[in-house]
Design a protein around this ligand. Structure first.
Ligand code: NOJ
Ligand code: NOJ
Length: 458
């Protein structure tokens, strides 16, 4: 009795202590991240509503509006809006969202080299970006639709039906509002190959298909709300067909979700087909309907493969807590040119978020089934104890301790993010694989957004 009590006390003190310091850092860093992220929305020199990927104008020039980065950033601004208690801030976030709606519609109507809505980026002043580029990137309009459909729901809940009809979703063709146009584009073009989110490979991508599917499902709900029932049926039918294609990305032989199928252009050296963007697809496009939930055995298997690969690959991962995660093992992009790839802050934060969400998801689900596919993951979080065929139920002490370990492992990735963040809280795109120093675009908007989402999920 006595020794049990003592044991618990020690465990409690230890975790309270270590949680405290990481938690303290996170709460300070949250304020800096919000500040630096907001500074990249409509900055001086950019059009109102533009979100620059980074303030950096040379080496690399990221002072442009990437549709994907902007959407993921503004999705966070919706959360900030919903959580704001201060009225001035609430109004500020509201205005930023409406500026983004207008700028997005302007992007859609600006003639561009993609000739459609899959154009990945624009100059910060809204002019088309005409140099050669990996285009189209069809995740981009899907992300824009996903985020603005969420915003439309916020407005509808406030009774602003006319505003939504005017600017976001007007039922009727030809589409002349931003979400309706993106849904029409996505529902008619998802079968075509396009460039991936890393702008390098043309083919069918797990990430792109996941966000397309979610955009169409959320879009269908919005269409129903707006009295556009026929369109809702069509969007749902396309989403269903995309789901069938998404399943094909699982390779039981490699035990990973393969990032690209049917490559027909772009770089050809991604031999492993292992890519952290598959986890981003699961995180960004969860529809909470049982399709690829975070704790899906295929997601866990892929996460484990990524963690092991990058652990062994980056010298910086040989010391210190947590593992820094990169895009894919064969990556050569160093943040400004091509030499050697490095770990990325936004991906390390995303893997933290993944672990937090798996832990939470398993608690709700109430059981763990260890399978051939996810065994490597569960062995890692159980010191090798859990083997294929094991079943644990909520209430078993073992279930609780595994779920706690998963959550703590998430904290390891957050500790890794902390280790490489600048002393002033600044976050670039990458950290050097040997020295750990920040590298690539400074103050990357997406790095701040990814950190904030992970902090929120924690
Ligand atoms: C090449 C990189 O590989 C790609 O991911 C990046 O988006 C572009 N350059 C733009 O910087
Ligand atoms: C490089 C990344 O590969 C791409 O996903 C991103 O959109 C751009 N940089 C801008 O941040």
């Amino acid at each position: 009795m006595r020794s049990i009590a003592l044991g618990l006390a020690i465990i409690f003190c230890h975790s309270a202590f270590s949680d405290q310091s990481l938690s303290d850092w996170i709460s300070g860093q949250r304020k800096i991240a919000i500040h630096n992220l907001m500074a990249n929305i409509s900055p001086p020199g950019a059009a109102c509503g533009a979100v620059v990927a980074s303030p950096s104008k040379s080496n690399p020039d990221y002072f442009k509006h990437w549709v994907r980065d902007a959407g993921l950033t503004m999705n966070l601004v919706i959360s900030l809006y919903e959580g704001a208690s201060d009225r001035t801030w609430r109004e500020n976030y509201f205005q930023r969202m409406m500026d983004y709606v207008d700028f997005s519609r302007r992007n859609q109507t600006t003639p561009n080299p993609s000739g459609g809505l899959g154009e990945p980026l624009f100059y910060a002043n809204g002019a088309p970006y005409t140099p050669g580029w990996g285009r189209p990137q069809n995740d981009s309009p899907a992300i824009r639709a996903m985020v603005l459909a969420r915003w439309a729901n916020v407005l509808l809940d406030q009774g602003k039906v006319e505003l939504v009809k005017e600017k976001i979703y007007y039922p009727g063709l030809p589409a002349h509002t931003v979400v309706k146009a993106d849904l029409e584009y996505t529902s008619h073009h998802w079968r075509e190959t396009c460039f991936d989110l890393w702008e390098e490979v043309r083919g069918h991508h797990f990430y792109t298909r996941m966000v397309q599917r979610k955009a169409l499902i959320e879009g269908a709900k919005l269409a129903d709300r707006m009295g556009d029932g026929g369109a809702a049926l069509w969007y749902r039918e396309q989403a269903k067909q995309i789901s069938v294609e998404i399943e094909k990305h699982w390779s039981s032989q490699k035990n990973i979700i393969e990032t690209t199928l049917h490559r027909d252009g772009g770089v050809d050296y991604k031999h492993s087909n292992l890519d952290a963007s598959t986890l981003l697809g699961i995180l960004h496009a969860d529809t909470f309907d049982g399709f690829f939930p975070v704790y899906d055995e295929r997601a866990l298997a892929t996460a484990e493969a990524l963690v092991r690969t990058f652990h062994g690959m980056y010298p910086v991962n040989q010391t210190g807590e947590g593992i820094a995660i990169g895009r894919y093992p064969e990556d050569r992009y160093d943040g400004n040119g091509f030499s050697e790839g490095n770990p990325w802050l936004l991906l390390t934060a995303a893997v933290a978020e993944f672990h937090y969400r798996v832990a939470k998801g398993l608690r709700v689900l109430g059981h763990i089934d260890v399978t051939r596919a996810n065994e490597s993951f569960y062995r890692s979080v159980s010191h090798g104890l859990l083997k294929s065929g094991a079943h644990l139920k909520a209430g078993d002490p073992a279930f609780d301790s595994i779920v706690d370990n998963i959550r703590d492992r998430g904290d390891g990735f957050m500790a890794r993010v902390r280790r490489h963040t600048g002393g002033d809280g600044s976050m670039s795109e990458q950290m050097n694989r040997y020295s750990g120093f920040l590298q690539g675009a400074p103050d990357l908007t997406w790095s701040y957004a990814a950190f904030l989402v992970a902090a929120w999920e924690r």
